[in-house]
Design a protein around this ligand. Structure first.
Ligand code: FPP
Length: 241
């Protein structure tokens, strides 16, 4: 559990997790195909990653594709996977230049083989970077992640590598996809929707939430800056008085 920013009243939150929502509505409002909203959304990803790093965020987690998103129209899934492919190809130089480490979380085995290979490569190539960790949740569902962690822990107990009495928050957190990443301090959802949508359910136990009306393709560093200001005006008590 990450309580590290408890007293950091005027600092950038260490970990911001974003639910990037509103690509479709952004496009529809302009009479454009949804695919164009996603394309614009991918451009916003580049801008926000850069901005977050400049603002001193150490961990940025982006919800790019949920396990439920596999049920979308086949063409839309293709568009989103195409954008991910492009992102992985095009951004390596920029990511390296910015000293950003990339990590992917989710049911990655469901992705096409070439995407899985690119993910492995980009994770290895950026492993030593330390200005910021960009965590991309793809084919991700928190309940699936929790179930997979339960199975891992049960396996350890069954094999005699762990006793039941030793199962605690740390052991369980270490069995999640996010094992190397501190819990989010702040969760942002764009587009005016106020739901968690199966995102980081274990990890957001003590997070602050911010719901922005801005559609994701319009979201930028300035919005993030304002949200960080708002975060700093809040008092985090972690259940204490
Ligand atoms: C939500 O908008 C957004 C998504 C389901 C996908 C997010 C993907 C991107 C921003 C682009 C690709 C990402 C990377 C990392 C390159 P929505 O389609 O649910 O919008 P709506 O609620 O208005 O329909």
């Amino acid at each position: 559990m990450n309580l590290s920013s408890k007293d950091n009243k005027s600092k950038t939150p260490q970990h911001i997790a974003i639910i990037m929502d509103g690509n479709g509505r952004w496009a529809t409002k302009r009479g454009l195909p949804r695919a164009l909203g996603h394309k614009k959304g991918a451009e916003a990803v580049e801008e926000v990653v850069k901005g977050a790093k400049e603002l001193g965020v150490k961990y940025l987690t982006l919800y790019a594709f949920s396990t439920e998103n596999w049920n979308r129209d086949e063409d839309e899934v293709k568009t989103l996977m195409g954008l991910l492919r492009e992102y992985l190809k095009r951004n390596l130089i920029e990511i390296q230049k910015n000293n950003v480490k990339i990590k992917f979380i989710g049911e990655l085995y469901m992705l096409d083989k070439d995407i899985q290979d690119s993910i492995k490569k980009i994770e290895a190539d950026t492993e030593k970077n330390d200005a910021m960790t960009l965590c991309i949740a793809i084919s991700y569902g928190a309940r699936q992640e929790i179930l997979s962690a339960v199975k891992k822990v049960v396996g350890l107990v069954k094999r005699g590598d762990l006793s039941e009495a030793d199962i605690d928050n740390k052991v369980f957190s270490d069995a999640l996809y996010t094992r190397d990443i501190p819990d989010p301090d702040l969760v942002v959802r764009t587009s005016g929707e106020q739901r968690i949508s199966n995102y980081l359910l274990w990890q957001v136990a003590y997070a602050e939430f911010y719901f922005s009306d801005v559609f994701w393709p319009d979201f930028n560093k300035k919005h993030l800056e304002k949200i960080i200001e708002d975060f700093n005006s809040r008092e985090r008590r972690y259940g204490k008085s």
